[in-house]
Design a protein around this ligand. Structure first.
Ligand SMILES: [Zn+2]
Length: 302
């Protein structure tokens, strides 16, 4: 009996070490990341963040894409409620294809303004999601809806933490990290990627998501670009056409960010990427926090 005491002690020691080790590992594994992206139109979030949406969803994190307008104007032959209903159904289908929630707010397309009621809609969305990361366009863009979506999200970036604003939805105790989608506008300053994620492994899934927006890519945008007669009829050929026209090599600044995050080999080989710039409002993550929030790198915590 006495002889077994040291053995028991050793077993207890090993067990408590295992418990401590598990506790140390658990937070990184179990902490789900809540990501919400705001685009002006049903397809904007997909375009800029569909690839990481696929990756977060596949890893069990929660993702919501929000279209701030209902898309009821951008079409050459349709419009109004019928178009809005079609766009909403396409967005739902796109979300279903990659496993993210898709919300379409009922604001008119082409008429978005940074008003208090729309700001409140956005604050509620962020709060409902208990967002860790908020993605949105920068507020300089050719399209007024994109521009005001950027402004609306910036305007919500502090108010989301103020309890007396939208008291029907509990305020966030921790301000999320706000990040901008990539764009190519140069004034007043070019997009400066703080992080770039390779989406080579999910590019076909992303194209499949975009493919759900039939009224956009195969009708409206094709017509607007004067290439409507080039859209193939066959579904597979149409997806291939979409990929050819849409998918592009990373821009030089994004390539640099890829090399920074992946190292020179993978950074230079990556064909498709999504990149994001940290907004100066909201929480300001350091490199370690960014790595935790974007768990897509070889040495990221899992
Ligand atoms: Zn748009």
């Amino acid at each position: 009996m006495f002889e077994s005491a040291p053995v028991l002690c050793a077993v207890r020691l090993v067990l408590s070490f295992l418990v401590l080790a598990a506790a140390a590992i658990a937070p990184a594994q179990e902490r789900k990341i809540n990501v919400i992206a705001f685009g002006a139109h049903p397809d904007d979030c997909d375009n800029r963040a569909g690839g990481i949406g696929i990756k977060y969803a596949a890893a069990g994190h929660r993702v919501r894409f929000v279209s701030v307008t209902n898309g009821d104007a951008g079409h050459q032959t349709q419009g109004g409620g019928a178009l809005a209903a079609r766009r909403r159904a396409e967005a739902q289908e796109a979300g279903k294809r990659i496993g993210v929630e898709y919300v379409v707010l009922d604001n008119h397309d082409g008429e978005l303004l940074p008003t208090i009621p729309v700001r409140e809609q956005i604050i509620r969305q962020m709060r409902q999601m208990n967002a860790d990361i908020v993605l949105a366009p920068r507020p300089n863009d050719y399209h007024p809806d994109h521009r005001y979506t950027g402004i609306l999200v910036q305007d919500a970036a502090y108010m989301v933490t103020v309890p007396n604003i939208c008291p029907d939805t509990p305020s966030l105790r921790k301000n999320p990290v706000f990040m901008y989608f990539e764009d190519n506008f140069q004034k007043p300053s070019p997009f400066s990627p703080d992080i770039a994620v390779s989406i080579d492994d999910v590019i076909d899934k992303k194209i499949n998501m975009l493919d759900a927006h039939v009224s956009q890519y195969y009708e409206w945008l094709a017509w607007h670009d004067g290439v409507a007669d080039q859209v193939p009829k066959d579904a597979a050929a149409r997806r291939a056409w979409l990929k050819k026209g849409w998918a592009r090599e990373p821009r030089p600044a994004v390539r640099e960010a890829l090399v920074r995050w992946y190292g020179p080999e993978k950074g230079r080989q990556t064909k498709y990427a999504e990149a994001f710039e940290v907004c100066e409002y909201g929480s300001r993550p350091g490199p370690a926090e960014l790595r935790r929030l974007f768990p897509f790198f070889p040495d990221s915590p899992r």
